[in-house]
Design a protein around this ligand. Structure first.
Ligand code: IMP
Length: 422
């Protein structure tokens, strides 16, 4: 396997966790490059279900090195819990996990500010995961953030934290929220810092040395293209570069070392949180929720669902340079009689073949649909392209073509074996 970037081609929750797990078999190293514990990657192995938030899914396979890159924001308390949880499930976590010393740290005032800002925004809220992601990246850009290297040096941590808590408490008081106790936060973060110290290293040098030795790297994207801070439906986005470019800045691996980009997309569309979703549809939402599908892995919130939006996925191909597509959740459409696919947007007299930058304009867009006859046959037992119903194959071919990329994988269920390489 060459160095591969794997990105979400929609609004997140495309089923990246499972595809990464399948592709990890051929990789030596798996790197997370953006986001924080707002992400939730679900992987099923046999009957066991693993939900990963910060740790790359590669941890579930023996002999793989997992890296949390500099572009990630790390909530150390949450990372400790995640490592402990994995160990309880029998997963080995030790030298196979390395955290960048320059990754920024999420602190309790970030979470508090995240929640307070959402309240202040009222009906214009973003619908964040309330994990403090936006304020943590905000501090990074404002150059007042604490990094993992600070966390593992107690004296540095103490002085920086004292300063940050005193300033943030002023803001919290002004917002009518409870100020934080420096002592309590310091004590909690000291414990986490001690626990995480053996995992912290210079991951840029580590990755370069590994690549020199010929190791193949899989860059694990979190969230999706339209949640990207630059290319998403701003302001209804997350606070990092979730698109392929983020893999370079978020890991320190230069663009010319990247060999291919795989885009993961569902056979339909979902979104959690607020913001425009042109193909949102009550009928398909009810159907999927009725099947017990499409509830958020991090917050448990029901996801908003809609028809496949090829304007969005085509845009994602353009922004990420997607070479191959992995289409997941095909089986979610097994019972649908007529399947719609959005091929363009209408806005008044204008027609859009790409996603307009302004969220307001996008919210006002009407989808232009083409219809496909459903296959109305279970696909979850299919293990090869030939075993898929002809109408499902036609649908997959059409959505890949409309998305301007080659079909690479079709996934018909959460298990590893429910993966069809095309
Ligand atoms: P934040 O990343 O918590 O600030 O949330 C910003 C927006 O991104 C909200 O609409 C969230 O629902 C969405 N979001 C964040 N992480 C994920 C994810 O892993 N999957 C899907 N949506 C997400």
């Amino acid at each position: 396997m060459a160095n591969t970037i794997l990105v979400g081609a929609q609004w997140g929750d495309e089923g990246k966790g499972k595809i990464i797990d399948v592709m990890t078999e051929k990789a030596d190293i798996v790197v997370r490059y953006a986001g924080g514990n707002n992400a939730g990657h679900t992987v099923f192995i046999g009957k066991k279900k693993y939900i990963l938030h910060l740790v790359p899914s590669g941890i579930l396979r023996k002999g793989k090195l997992c890296v949390i890159g500099n572009g990630v924001v790390v909530d150390p308390v949450s990372l400790v819990k995640e490592i402990q949880g994995l160990r309880k499930l029998g997963v080995k976590v030790g030298p196979n996990l390395v955290v960048s010393e320059t990754a920024h740290v999420v602190l309790p005032y970030h979470r508090e500010l995240d929640a307070q800002r959402e309240v202040l925004k009222g009906k214009n809220k973003i619908g964040t995961t309330k994990r403090g992601i936006g304020p943590a990246y905000g501090d990074k850009a404002a150059r007042v953030g604490l990094r993992m290297i600070d966390l593992i040096h107690p004296e540095r941590m103490e002085s920086k934290l004292r300063w940050r808590i005193s300033e943030n408490n002023e803001v919290l008081r002004a917002l009518g929220a409870k100020p934080l106790s420096f002592k309590t936060v310091l004590a909690e973060y000291r414990v986490a810092g001690n626990y995480l110290k053996p995992f912290v290293a210079n991951t840029v040098v580590l990755l370069h040395e590994a690549m020199q030795r010929g190791n193949d790297v899989l860059f694990e994207g979190a969230q999706g293209t339209f949640l990207d801070i630059d290319h998403g439906t701003y302001p209804f986005v997350t606070s990092s570069n979730t698109t392929a470019g983020g893999a370079c800045t978020g890991s320190g691996v230069p663009p010319h070392r990247m060999d291919r980009v795989v885009g993961v997309m569902k056979a339909y569309t979902t979104r959690v949180g607020e913001g425009p979703l042109p193909t949102e549809n009550a009928e398909i939402s009810d159907l999927l929720h009725g099947m017990g599908r499409e509830f958020g892995a991090t917050t448990g919130r029901p996801r908003r669902c809609g028809w496949f939006d090829s304007v969005a996925t085509r845009h994602a191909t353009m922004v990420n340079g997607i070479d191959g597509l992995a289409v997941t959740n095909l089986d979610g459409l097994d019972s649908v009689e007529t399947i719609k696919v959005c091929v363009a947007y209408r806005h008044g007299k204008a027609r859009y073949d790409f996603v307009p930058n302004d969220a307001q304009t996008l919210a006002e867009c009407q989808p232009v649909y083409v219809e496909f006859e459903g296959w109305r046959t279970p696909t979850d037992k299919a293990r090869s392209w030939k075993q898929l119903p002809p109408k499902a194959r036609a649908y997959l071919k059409a959505i890949a073509e409309l998305s301007d990329a080659k079909l690479f994988i079709a996934s018909v269920g959460p298990a590893r074996e429910q993966t069809i390489f095309v």
